[in-house]
Design a protein around this ligand. Structure first.
Ligand code: 5GP
Length: 206
């Protein structure tokens, strides 16, 4: 089968549990690489530089844009977020499946630039559950939470542009489902053109 990794975008409403799912997925399987984004928002307690995000000033971020160092970027609730290019390209070449945990505007830009990208959207079982998770996280003010719910309303409009919707009800089941979808994706014939060509050549006795 072809070696190059798959570029995967994972989106979902803030509070849908994307972070936890991806952490588990990366712990369990070693074919994944998670891209670390740059952002101008302030770190939340416990978030480390270079692990959660690369935290940047507005100026620094705009310089990265100017130098074309980002595959995509977007503004989300008053802050810039963007995907650094170098890491993604390097890991794909190594054969890793690279995951971008980004919001919908970025997802659409990535799909336009790289049409082979797999788009996954993680949803909570219900909106009531989403609100409960956002409030119980306890890291944001009510005002920020309201902002995120408003944003979710916008994002819901684009859910049908994703390849798969994954409901995050039970964590382990959800992690397995994500993994199985990606495994299936690897078998798509358009991702294995090199393999097909080799078979044809061998059959011709070359
Ligand atoms: P948070 O502030 O909760 O960490 O992230 C807010 C939103 O920004 C989430 O929906 C997250 O997926 C998205 N996000 C994180 N990094 C990027 C990025 O590099 N590009 C884009 N477009 N969105 C991002």
């Amino acid at each position: 089968m072809d070696k190059k990794g798959i570029l995967i975008v994972v989106s979902g409403f803030s509070g849908a549990g994307k972070g936890t799912i991806l952490r588990e997925l990366l712990e369990k399987y070693d074919n994944y690489a998670l891209s670390v984004s740059a952002t101008t928002r302030k770190p939340r307690p416990g978030e480390e530089e270079g692990k959660a995000y690369f935290f940047k000033s507005n100026d620094e971020f705009e310089k990265m844009i100017a130098k074309d160092e980002l595959i995509e970027y977007a503004k989300y609730v008053d802050h810039y977020y963007g995907t650094p290019r170098a890491y993604v390209e390097e890991k794909l070449k190594e054969g890793k499946d690279v995951i971008l945990e980004i919001e919908i505007q970025g997802a659409i830009k990535v799909k336009e630039k790289f049409p082979d990208t797999l788009l996954l959207f993680i949803t909570p079982p219900t909106i009531a559950e989403l609100k409960r998770r956002l409030i119980s996280r306890g890291t944001e003010s009510m005002e920020v939470i309201e902002g995120r719910l408003l944003r979710a309303r916008e994002e819901a409009k684009g859910m049908d542009r994703y390849d798969y919707l994954i409901m995050n009800d039970e964590l382990d089941t959800c992690v397995e489902e994500v993994h199985r979808i990606i495994e299936g994706e690897r078998r798509r014939s358009f991702r294995n053109l090199e393999f097909i060509e080799n078979m044809k050549r061998e059959l011709k006795g070359e």
